[in-house]
Structure formats: structure tokens, C-alpha cells
Design a binder for this molecule. Structure first.
Ligand SMILES: [Zn+2]
Ligand SMILES: [Zn+2]
Length: 377
């Protein structure tokens, strides 16, 4: 099998720094990610890039490669197959290139083989962030900038937890296995139990001098600024997953995810019903009788509503398309407006006279209804 030139694959010099390798990897991985590249053989190329980065991104493996020119298979990697040897690559939208590459560095890039998997590492916690938005923002969609305190891979030790690379040694208690086997002789026979090594907590290694920055944890607390895109038409209580923005895993374990829980503040006048907006407005008796055109609020600003003459109390008008903007590809909801006809509680003398005059010249349905009712008994 012909040997692969990993430097050539990444397009870097033999003496390239880690940062140069990292940026070359990111550039190429973005270009050839199977989700975005239409080029023939992109998937093959993407595999090669990952293989090259997995070797050159790790100091020990790079040194070995420089000396002996071994191929990835000899490192215990297997990049054949769809899932790149057990590690499921996220689709492009969720693909965190920094995170992936950092896992190459730390050797925590698990799943290639048992030899390579790093025991004692743990996946970072998922984080929850509660966000309040207005109903208007929920309708149009909005980009929110947030700052979250979170754990990140320690920049000083690159997540190893050790002051120096030589400070990581095999645990003498369990000889690197991370497990302790105890055999007890009892009257019922010989019992053998396997427990996690208490000296190294199952990691198989001990750190002689812990990294002072992170006290051996491999992670530090940082504040991270993020922009969160809230899609239009979002429902109250929706949880948005932001992949890879949770806490860093200890000892280069996988990074957790961030869940942004979106709550919509109650609105002063609007009530949301699905994608429709419900609103009550007061109108006068005269407006109900004679009709009017009124300006009322909608989610997108003011709009005119025509009240026809003879509008009955509690009538609901539908204003089409004036509701919440629907999720992508869907239209907007409607605004439903219920009118509350206000009956004057007091009349002055002139008003009273006019209403009495109005009563005299009006056919009185109520009166005839009550007289019929009275006659029935
Ligand atoms: Zn550290
Ligand atoms: Zn141990």
C-alpha cells in the first residue's frame, strides 16, 4: 500500500506549527465536508483530511509518522466506512471544526479503537439557558446575543490536566487498566470482583504535577459570547439545541450541547392562539350602530379595521394574514378582533331626550318579545 503524504494532503510544510495544521484542516474540512461539497470524491478526500489531521495533530503520532512514515491503520485508526471508524460526524450545520480538531490533539478522539480511546474522560455537561423574548420577536424571528459561563478546554494544558506532557504517567496501582481485580476466598468459593481503580478513578493514569491553571481537571471556567438565531413563529417553551456549545468534557471528553429554552413574555393586549393573535377592543354604542373605521394595533404595527354599521356586541372580525409569522415556508396567521360594545353608564339630559326620541321612532323588538312572553302565561 502506497504511503500517504499527510503534509501534502493538508497542504502544509513539514515544519508546520500546530496552528497552521489546524487552520489548514479547518479550511479543507469545510470545503470537502460531504454535506456541502458537490465535487466527485469529496467524501474520500474528507476522510483523507481527517486521517492526516488525526496523525499530524497529535505530537506523538506526528513524531512517529515523521520517523517511520507509518500509515493511519498502524495507529489503530480505521477511516473506512461511513462513520469514520465509530465516530459519527455531525452534519455540516452542527460540525464544530475546532472541537473535532482539539480532539485530535488530545487523543480523546474516541472510537477508532480501544487502544486509542481515552479512559477517564467524560462528556461535558449540557447547558440550559433560559431566554425571554417578546411576542413581536417570536413573530418575526430575532438574533439574540448571549453570554454564558461555561467550562472550556484548559488552554494551558490542552485538556490533559498535566503541567507538562511528561507528568502523565501510568497508574501504578492498576498498571494502566483503570480496574482493580480483587479475589476473596470464602466458605462458598472464590469470588472475584472488578472495581474501578480508586487511585486513578479509572483513567489508568496519574498526573504527577497537575496543571495549575485548571487544577488537573483539563477544563476552565470561561464566558462565551454566542449569537442565537430564534426562528420566526417559534412557540413558547421551545428548546433550541446549539451543538457543541455546552461544557467541555473533562480530559478531552466530548463537549456537551447548549439548550436555549425560549419563553415568550405575556403581551399587554395580544393573546396568542397558535399562529393567530386574539385581541379585544372597546367600541362605542354609536360606532356599533353607525359603523366606523378604527386604527388598532397588530403584531406588525397599526392597521385599519372597518366596523360595519349594525355590528353586534361580541362580534369577532378576522384580519387575514395579520397574525404571527409562520415558521419557514408557512404563511402568517390571522388577527381575531372581538369588539366589546361600551354602553354609556350615564346620560346627560340632552342625550337622554335624544335616546327617548330614538326609542319612540324605532320598532321595538324587545318590547314585542316581552309582551309575547307575558301573553304566554
Ligand atoms: Zn490545565
Ligand atoms: Zn489506577
Amino acid at each position: 500500500m502506497a504511503e500517504k503524504d499527510y503534509y501534502k494532503i493538508l497542504g502544509v510544510e513539514k515544519n508546520a506549527t500546530k496552528d497552521e495544521i489546524k487552520s489548514a484542516y479547518k479550511r479543507l474540512a469545510k470545503k470537502y465536508h460531504p454535506d456541502v461539497s458537490k465535487e466527485a470524491g469529496a467524501a474520500e478526500k474528507f476522510k483523507e483530511i481527517n486521517e492526516a489531521a488525526a496523525v499530524l495533530g497529535d505530537d506523538k503520532k506526528r513524531e512517529q509518522y515523521d520517523h517511520y512514515g507509518t500509515s493511519a491503520q498502524q495507529f489503530g485508526y480505521d477511516f473506512s466506512g461511513q462513520n469514520f471508524g465509530g465516530f459519527g460526524f455531525e452534519d455540516f450545520a452542527n460540525f464544530d471544526f475546532d472541537d473535532i480538531f482539539d480532539r485530535f490533539f488530545g487523543g480523546g478522539f474516541s472510537g477508532f479503537s480501544s487502544r486509542q480511546s481515552r479512559r477517564g474522560s467524560s462528556r461535558g455537561s449540557d447547558l440550559r439557558y433560559d431566554m425571554q423574548i417578546t411576542l413581536e420577536e417570536a413573530s418575526t424571528g430575532v438574533t439574540k446575543h448571549i453570554v454564558i459561563p461555561k467550562k472550556d478546554t484548559c488552554p494551558k494544558c490542552n485538556g490533559t490536566g498535566a503541567e507538562d506532557e511528561d507528568d502523565v504517567a501510568e497508574c501504578s496501582e492498576c498498571r494502566g487498566s483503570g480496574q482493580m481485580r480483587q479475589t476473596r476466598r470464602t466458605p462458598f468459593g472464590i469470588f472475584s470482583t472488578v472495581t474501578t481503580c480508586s487511585n486513578c478513578n479509572g483513567s489508568g493514569e496519574v498526573i504527577k504535577h497537575k496543571c495549575k491553571e485548571c487544577n488537573g481537571k483539563g477544563v476552565v471556567s470561561v464566558e462565551r459570547k454566542l449569537s442565537i438565531d430564534i426562528p420566526r413563529g417559534i412557540e413558547d417553551g421551545t428548546s433550541l439545541r446549539v451543538a457543541g456549545q455546552g461544557e467541555a468534557g473533562e480530559k478531552n471528553g466530548r463537549t456537551g450541547d447548549l439548550y436555549v429554552v425560549v419563553r415568550i413574555k405575556p403581551h399587554e393586549y395580544f393573546e396568542r392562539r397558535g399562529d393567530d393573535i386574539y385581541l379585544e377592543i372597546p367600541i362605542s354604542l354609536v360606532q356599533a350602530m353607525l359603523g366606523d373605521e378604527v386604527e388598532i394595533p397588530t403584531i406588525d404595527g397599526k392597521a385599519k379595521l372597518k366596523i360595519p354599521a349594525g355590528t353586534q356586541p361580541e362580534t369577532t372580525f378576522r384580519m387575514r394574514g395579520k397574525g404571527i409569522h409562520g415558521m419557514r415556508g408557512f404563511g402568517s396567521g390571522d388577527q381575531l378582533v372581538k369588539v366589546k360594545v361600551q354602553i354609556p353608564e350615564r346620560l346627560n339630559k340632552e342625550q337622554k331626550e335624544l335616546i327617548e326620541k330614538f326609542a319612540k321612532i324605532s320598532p321595538d323588538k324587545e318590547k314585542s318579545f316581552f309582551s309575547k312572553l307575558r301573553d304566554a302565561f
